[in-house]
Design a protein around this ligand. Structure first.
Ligand code: AMP
Ligand code: MG
Length: 269
């Protein structure tokens, strides 16, 4: 079975994260086995991005969400490192600024959506507005509870206007998060990553799990599917994301556009 089918949330289905094994590697046993395939995918991604750029008709939006230490940055580093930086843009969504808060929550998101011919990567996204915002009651329930439908409608507008959307939830277990946070404390080259927020947020693991389950259940749509990527093994996470990206881009059936010029006119001496 293709990884894309295996890890896609069927629209309308109810997600229970305890049923998704964060250690899963789809039968691939070792990192060594996975690396050549990842390399192949990276090369193909480069070619597909070139086509996307040449066509300049459509855009690709990749949304990455995960618990803290879930591997969003690592995924960007490993999977996207083969892309041409000219046609690729990463947007990280942090605590909203005063200006951002003065607007509706999708304002800052819409501005960052990639243009035609580009690949945009969201490191966190509008889903923060039904995750951290919900877990910490930053707005009342009657406000955040309407956002699932609003997000679906927003993503539908993007999709109908030429944006192919893929949303990845990098799924790690609570034990794996503990190990990764401990490693950040133990390894001086990782001290820069230590953030008190990560340790605070861990206390809300169960609330985040519920909030993620709702977002994944309610916002996986035919036009903007969610994928649950088993992410305890970093090498498999990278492979799965790359594999799904490649299959999605292949399916877009991109072609080099024909020139609008009469090329026979051009002669060289
Ligand atoms: P990081 O991605 O680890 O650098 O952290 C970014 C921080 O911004 C995280 O603690 C997020 O929870 C927070 N954040 C992202 N989006 C929102 C939002 N809409 N409202 C409040 N906090 C947010
Ligand atoms: Mg963090």
């Amino acid at each position: 079975m293709k990884l894309r089918d295996k890890y896609k949330i069927e629209p309308g289905s109810k997600v229970k994260l305890s049923r998704w094994d964060a250690n899963d590697t789809a039968g691939i046993e070792t990192k060594k086995q996975a690396l050549p395939e990842l390399e192949e995918h990276r090369k193909r991604l480069y070619e597909l991005q070139y086509l996307l750029h040449a066509e300049k008709r459509r855009a690709v939006l990749i949304v990455l969400q995960a618990m803290d230490a879930g591997g969003k940055d690592g995924t960007i580093r490993h999977v996207m490192s083969g892309l041409n930086p000219q046609g690729c843009h990463v947007s990280s969504f942090k605590v909203p600024t005063e200006e951002e808060l003065a607007h509706d929550y999708l304002w800052r998101i819409h501005r960052a959506v990639p243009g035609k011919g580009e690949i945009g990567i969201f490191n966190r996204s509008h889903y923060g507005d039904v995750l951290v915002v919900r877990v910490h009651n930053l707005v009342p329930k009657q406000v955040w509870s309407k956002r699932y439908e609003q997000i679906n409608a927003f993503e539908n507008i993007l999709s109908e206007n030429g944006v192919t959307i893929l949303k990845f939830f990098l799924h790690i277990s609570k034990d794996e998060q503990k190990e990764r946070l401990q490693e950040r404390l133990d390894d001086s080259s990782k001290h820069w990553k230590v953030s008190s927020a990560d340790f605070e947020e861990r206390k809300f693991w169960d609330d985040y799990t519920k909030a993620y389950e709702d977002a994944l259940s309610r916002c996986s749509t035919p036009w903007a599917p969610w994928y649950v990527i088993p992410a305890n093994r970093k090498w498999f996470r990278n492979l799965a994301v790359a594999d799904i990206l490649v299959s999605t881009l292949e399916e877009m059936d991109m072609r080099f556009p024909k020139s609008k010029l009469d090329l026979s006119k051009f002669t060289l001496d």
